[in-house]
Ligand binder design. Structure first.
Ligand code: SAH
Ligand code: AVI
Length: 330
């Protein structure tokens, strides 16, 4: 009997291995150094767990960025006027957006873009109740693909909002490409308000990604649950442990899932072997200096205009203008 016949069958709706998630999982686990793309963290449970992370004492980015946005809301919102469009990338719960919306007197439209359908639906429900005049047009999509904004809104002046340091989940060269994609999507004269986490004591970073309550561990392990549920995998959750580390040379926090023993896992009719202590690299979270991030922004074609930070320089919020012109410094 061949190995494939002995493996559990994938559920009928998984057209092995045709869907995108299946293809990404099979490709990532077939590599010499196993990886899984971090955008798949955010199913309904993953989005809930991320919200739990944002409230943890160790996870400083959310409260620090929120305070920066509150302290400088008037400057950040600037002259967003009637009929403009606010486009948010990786909007999640859209909670930080309320800080801006509370300051915008004009009637605008808001386009939250996210891969998490549940996060978009929850946010739309809450925002529509709180801001009855706001035109909310969610787009469920991968923001790194060419995104078609709603045709009736496309000609409006636009402000992009990309908080949370989600840009840090991409390597700097990919971050540069993504920022160019955003610039082209938003168009000439637009602004991008972007949150970027800063370099700091590695102990603070490790605690932020390996909290005492184990919420980040659950967030990381939920990816295995998702593979089991959506792709008919048979990962034993007890067989893997969460690990966070900081690589100072690369300037990034890495999250891994570490195999506790030698084991095999079946997914979509394929079998993957894990040695004891072998890891699946699930996320990078790059940390920048202010200058390092400005360099990435400029190389992508944006003009780095203003930046706001907290007193301890833990986190930064940058204002970028598209496109950079010959007269812009840098
Ligand atoms: N902006 C929020 C949420 C950050 S969590 C905040 O600052 O708190 C990252 C969010 O980006 C999640 O909601 C996740 O679903 C979304 N996301 C991650 N990768 C994405 C991608 N490639 N395309 C669209 N959304 C993505
Ligand atoms: C969304 N992103 C910026 C978070 C981060 O800090 O890299 C995701 C996260 N991973 C672990 N904790 C939070």
């Amino acid at each position: 009997m061949s190995r494939a016949q002995t493996l559990p069958k994938a559920p009928a709706h998984v057209d092995t291995p045709e869907n995108e998630f299946a293809r990404a999982v099979i490709a990532g686990l077939s590599k010499e150094k196993k990886t899984l793309p971090c955008r798949y963290f955010y199913d309904a449970r993953g989005s809930e767990l991320f919200e739990d992370i944002t409230r943890l004492p160790e996870y400083y980015p959310t409260r620090t960025e929120t305070q920066i946005l509150r302290d400088h809301a008037a400057d950040i919102v600037g002259e967003i006027g009637d009929g403009e469009l606010l486009v948010e990338f990786g909007s999640g719960s859209s909670l930080k957006t309320e800080i801006l919306l509370d300051r915008i007197a004009s009637s605008i439209a808001y386009v939250p873009i996210d891969v998490s359908q549940t996060a978009l639906a929850d946010a739309k429900r809450r925002l529509t109740k709180r801001y009855p005049e706001l035109d909310v047009r969610p787009i469920e999509a991968d923001f790194s693909r060419a995104i078609a904004l709603p045709a009736d809104l496309a000609s409006r002046r636009k402000t992009g909002f990309f908080p949370g340091s989600t840009i840090g989940n991409l390597a700097p060269s990919d971050a540069q490409s993504l920022l160019s994609i955003f610039g082209r999507a938003l168009g000439e004269g637009s602004r991008l308000i972007i949150g970027v986490d800063l370099k700091k004591d590695p102990r603070v970073l490790i605690e932020a990604y390996d909290d005492a309550e184990g919420v980040t561990a659950a967030f990381n392990l939920n990816l295995l649950h998702r593979i089991n549920r959506e792709l008919g995998g048979d990962f034993d959750e007890q067989g893997f442990r969460h690990r966070a580390l900081y690589d100072p040379a690369k300037g990034r926090v890495e999250m891994h899932l570490v195999s506790a023993r030698n084991q095999r896992v079946a997914i979509c009719g394929r079998s993957f072997r894990f040695r004891e202590n072998e890891t699946i690299h699930t996320e990078n979270s790059y940390k920048y200096t202010l200058d390092q991030f400005r360099d990435v922004a400029r190389a992508s074609g944006w003009n780095a205009k203003r930046v706001w930070t907290d007193a301890n320089k833990q986190f930064s919020v940058h204002e970028l203008i598209w496109p950079k012109t010959g007269r812009d410094i840098g």
